[in-house]
Write a protein that binds this ligand. Structure first.
Ligand code: G6P
Ligand code: MN
Length: 456
């Protein structure tokens, strides 16, 4: 059987341990020959790399495993590159969340003003990385789940037109499906969802029982109304995630037709959410105090002990499992269904063709084949056309170095919603992102940020 070479970009991420363990668990389904971790930050990556050496020497000694900060070693000869970079790191995530919140708007990793700030940074780093990969591994499948995936996907669509092996995907739709399986007491792989939207902004219209074809959505609706909604892995989640899943009940009370993606809460209740988030202790702080500490403590302890032992079984990781199954579906032309971000081209019939939309797809050796959903209702269409315009204007601003386009994007966002507020938060974010955004020039030609070289 063929064995694959995989590189993980963002080897120092808190998600990497989950990948390392999942590659061992799924080694029969997705056989690995070589795994390389790549990160620009050697200090974050090293403990995770050392942990990997111990893990694989115990559980998968045949695997060629290494970690590096060198792109040649990282990308050359790769079949798959998994991209999970966080441009600017958690410190910049904290600013993306804090700055808008301190002005009374949603401050969030991927939604609203903070998401747009992160989008500008990610476009710089992702475009550079994909050029490097294409130089060193022209035929590699690039599976991108770096955020904000909606904005990154739009920028990559423009920079790499026709690149059929450059895919964008997010785990949150599948997390919601898994949560439905907990609610229903069934296996999540027995659920067959119909879904439409943009990344971090979508709805499930139906949830079919894979075996019988019965639509379970009425039952899901009834149970959420009665009992609320929990993530599948609720026991491992921080309070803010439980609050987020809890909002699904609120959303379905107001808009009962479809089951929402959890991120819809920010777009539907921006005032309520902004007033309930603490600008001085945001999700980034919670991650630093929680997951980040746990991951790096685990690494230190394993390195000190020189072995993993029964720690191996402690955590199963849905995110990593999903991404590996995506690779498996491509590698073995399985045509499994995954919800992915693709160019619309009629998948949502009443939306523009060149929108990057999120829908269920059959995924095989020739890439994703989207399953069309037909026309969507006016309410959802209105919301999504607004947001797709925001994303496109922001990506225009990125490529054209246009302050004006950025101002339009920020003004149009439902999570900003006012031109004066838009200018104020945009200027503050430009200040905070010096050197990490491309130069934006206002109509008078005044440079707003340091120039950052993009592409090439
Ligand atoms: C989900 C989303 C990701 C996002 C993550 C944030 O998995 O799909 O795009 O980055 O949540 O989770 P965190 O625990 O870091 O707040
Ligand atoms: Mn996501």
């Amino acid at each position: 059987m063929k064995e694959f070479n995989v590189c993980i970009v963002g080897g120092g991420s808190t998600y990497t341990l989950g990948f390392l363990k999942s590659f061992v668990r799924l080694r029969e389904e997705f056989p690995l020959k070589k795994l390389v971790l790549f990160d620009i930050d050697p200090e974050r990556q090293e403990p995770i790399g050392k942990y990997g050496e111990i893990l694989f020497s115990e559980r998968f000694p045949e695997l060629e495993f290494s970690y590096t900060t060198d792109i040649n070693e990282a990308y050359t000869g790769m079949d798959f590159v998994f991209m999970q970079m966080r441009a600017g790191g958690l410190d910049m995530r904290a600013k993306d969340e804090h700055i808008p919140l301190s002005m009374g708007m949603i401050g969030q990793e991927t939604c609203g003003a903070g998401g747009m700030a992160y989008g500008m940074r990610s476009c710089v780093d992702m475009i550079k990385a994909v050029h490097d990969i294409r130089r060193l591994a022209p035929a590699a499948w690039i599976l991108n789940y770096s955020n904000p995936a909606a904005i990154v996907a739009e920028a990559l669509r423009r920079e790499f037109p026709g690149d059929k092996r450059l895919l964008n995907i997010c785990d949150q739709p599948e997390n919601v499906v898994r949560s439905c399986s907990r609610l229903l007491g069934c296996d999540w792989e027995d659920l067959d969802p119909v879904y439409f939207g943009l990344n971090h902004y979508g709805w499930f219209t139906n949830m079919y029982d894979m075996k019988t074809g019965k639509d379970l959505m009425p039952e899901i609706r009834r149970r959420i109304k009665e009992n609320g909604f929990l993530p599948q892995d609720a026991e491992q989640r921080d309070q803010s995630w439980l609050d987020t899943y809890g909002m699904v009940q609120t959303i379905m009370n107001d808009f009962p037709d479809f089951l929402p993606n959890t991120y819809d809460q920010y777009y539907l209740y921006p005032e309520y959410k902004a007033s309930h988030l603490n600008p001085d202790y945001t999700r980034a702080d919670e991650v630093k105090d929680g997951r980040e500490k746990r991951v790096f403590t685990e690494c230190r302890e394993v390195i000190a002990a020189g072995k993993l032992g029964d720690r191996f079984d402690a955590i199963s990781d849905a995110h990593a499992e999903m991404m590996i199954k995506v690779a498996e579906s491509i590698a073995f032309n399985k045509n499994d269904r995954h919800i992915m971000i693709v160019e619309n081209n009629g998948a949502i019939a009443n939306m523009q063709d060149d929108a990057m939309v999120e829908v269920a797809c059959e995924l095989g050796a020739n890439g994703p084949r989207p399953l069309g959903v037909g026309n969507i209702p006016q309410f959802h269409l209105g919301l999504l056309v607004n947001q797709v315009s925001v994303e496109k204007l922001l990506v225009d601003a990125f490529f054209e170095h246009s302050y004006q386009k950025a101002l339009e994007a920020f003004t149009l966002s439902r999570l900003v919603g006012d031109a004066k507020k838009a200018r104020k938060v945009l200027d503050a974010l430009i200040e905070a992102n010096q050197g990490m955004w491309p130069e934006l020039t206002d109509p008078k030609g005044r440079a707003r940020t340091e120039r950052v070289r993009i592409g090439g």
